[in-house]
Write a protein that binds this ligand. Structure first.
Ligand SMILES: Cc1cc2nc3c(=O)[nH]c(=O)nc-3n(C[C@H](O)[C@H](O)[C@H](O)COP(=O)(O)OP(=O)(O)OC[C@H]3O[C@@H](n4cnc5c(N)ncnc54)[C@H](O)[C@@H]3O)c2cc1C
Length: 428
């Protein structure tokens, strides 16, 4: 009987971890991925599809069982409902049709890669008055509003407050730097949406940046991208005419008239595009592997310190801050190496490379341009790179194409070539 590795979640972190486990462990393990849906949602490109008026559910969906089958990885479509780390079991509900009975799956190793709940349900007035671009449904709702109903009024874009939890308090990065704390889960998307929206307004003869207010709960928007990068971005944005509201603390309410922030500031807006709190799944809260909020605690090798057969990768892990797919991708690789070490397939020296998180983000700005950020200074590293222009846009689109073509196995050289092109050869 081969050890059974169960991966919970099959989007960026889950698919990546499962593929890396197979790559490094070969046929020494049996791998099962459980996800409530049978496709991968390519989330980072949803904003670009909205502005180009393309339905993201048609262009950004990748067949998951087919991708997994290429590596002999089993797939179960089911809703994970409980994880028992003492008996090493996962309870799930097969969800192709309603009425199924709950089933139990035994694991030798489990990888929690189920992302988070995006808590729109905690924002008063969101369903009636809010918009966003975090999934296909909301993306299409915003796309239709923008292209069919928008009357040309002011626009507010920003984030609710993030609650990080205490799961990172003992972690040191880049040779001893204490883990920073974030007040927003992921502010690349609001910055990207703001820039692309301004281009869209211009292209449609409806104004430009002066119509848009960007707000953040924090003192500095997208602070995880590094102070120099953000200072440059803010300089460019204020020069273009965007309005900026910081220290908003949280979104208190969305109404027909605009957004009310917990700081007391109100922003008048016809169109309200918001990003919520990233909240752990309810059943993870209170488990002995979880932190004060319910994020899964790991060390820098993505292993839970109390339960060494439990791993986490991607947004579900406490250490993944900000919540970025690029960080989840690196974590999936580390999980694969750690399990290969346990299987006797990799030497400790090669397997025990710690996570060194990097904010790596390419955001669409419209008109075939994009910004490119590669920075680790917030975590204690020394790099902060910001580039803007047509080459980052090409890279963003090509990355997606390469991802689909390789069924998620973007070769490392793909990232290296992107970096070379964006930073050295076509540096703007
Ligand atoms: C608009 C937008 C733009 C972004 N742009 C970038 C970017 O440019 N670069 C970047 O690095 N990151 C970006 N991100 C962040 C990135 O999308 C996330 O960090 C990434 O998707 C996290 O991957 P994950 O696999 O951990 O979680 P997810 O992608 O959330 O996947 C979780 C998976 O678990 C499954 N699941 C959840 N609960 C259950 C359950 N109970 N039972 C069964 N299955 C379950 C879900 O169906 C899903 O497939 C962006 C995010 C947004 C919203």
């Amino acid at each position: 009987m081969k050890p059974h590795i169960v991966v919970l979640g099959g989007n960026f972190a889950g698919l990546g971890a499962a593929q890396k486990i197979r790559q490094y462990c070969g046929d020494s393990v049996r791998i099962t991925v459980v996800d409530r849906k049978n496709f991968l949602m390519f989330i980072p490109n949803i904003p670009a599809e909205i502005f180009e008026n393309r339905d993201p559910s048609r262009t950004l969906r990748m067949d998951l069982p087919g991708a997994l089958e290429k590596d002999g990885i089993e797939f179960i479509q089911g809703e994970v409902q409980a994880l028992d780390v003492e008996s090493r079991t996962v309870e799930f509900l097969p969800n192709e049709r309603p009425g199924s009975a709950a089933e139990t799956l035994h694991y030798d190793y489990v990888v929690v890669a189920m992302g988070n709940r995006l808590a729109f349900d905690r924002i008063e007035g969101f369903a009636e008055h809010g918009h966003t671009c975090t999934d296909f449904y909301y993306g299409n709702r915003l796309r239709r509003y923008l292209h069919e109903e928008y009357r040309g009024g002011p626009i507010a874009i920003g984030s609710a407050r993030f609650h990080q939890g205490d799961g990172t308090k003992d972690i040191r990065l880049y040779g001893g730097h204490a883990f920073p704390s974030a007040e927003a889960a992921c502010e690349g998307p609001p910055v990207e949406t703001m820039l692309a929206m301004a281009t869209w307004l211009k292209q449609h003869g409806m104004g430009g940046p002066e119509k848009i207010t960007i707000f953040t709960p924090a003192g500095l928007i997208a602070e995880d991208a590094g102070e120099e990068v953000v200072a440059r971005l803010l300089d460019i944005a204020s020069g273009m005419g965007f309005k900026y509201v910081n220290n908003g603390r949280d979104i208190a309410r969305i109404s027909g008239e605009g957004v009310e922030l917990a700081s007391g500031t109100s922003i008048d807006a016809e169109l309200k595009i918001v990003f919520p709190d990233w909240v752990p799944h309810e059943f993870l809260r209170g488990l002995p592997i979880s932190d004060s909020e319910g994020f899964v605690v790991t060390d820098v090798t993505m292993r839970n310190p109390r339960y060494p057969t439990v791993f986490a990768a991607g947004d579900a892990a406490a250490i993944t801050v900000p919540k970025l797919g690029g960080i989840g991708h690196a974590e999936g690789d580390i999980v694969g190496r750690q399990i290969a070490k346990d299987m006797g397939r990799m030497q400790a020296e090669e397997a025990d490379q710690p996570l060194e998180p990097v904010v790596y983000c390419i955001g669409d700005m419209g008109a075939s341009q994009a910004f490119y950020i590669r920075s680790n200074s917030w975590f204690g590293g020394s790099e902060q790179v910001l580039k803007m222009g047509h080459v980052p846009y090409l890279l963003k689109m090509q990355y997606k194409n390469l991802f689909f073509k390789t069924h998620g196995k973007v070769p490392d050289w793909g990232l290296d070539v992107s970096r070379l092109l964006a930073e050295k050869i076509f540096a703007a």
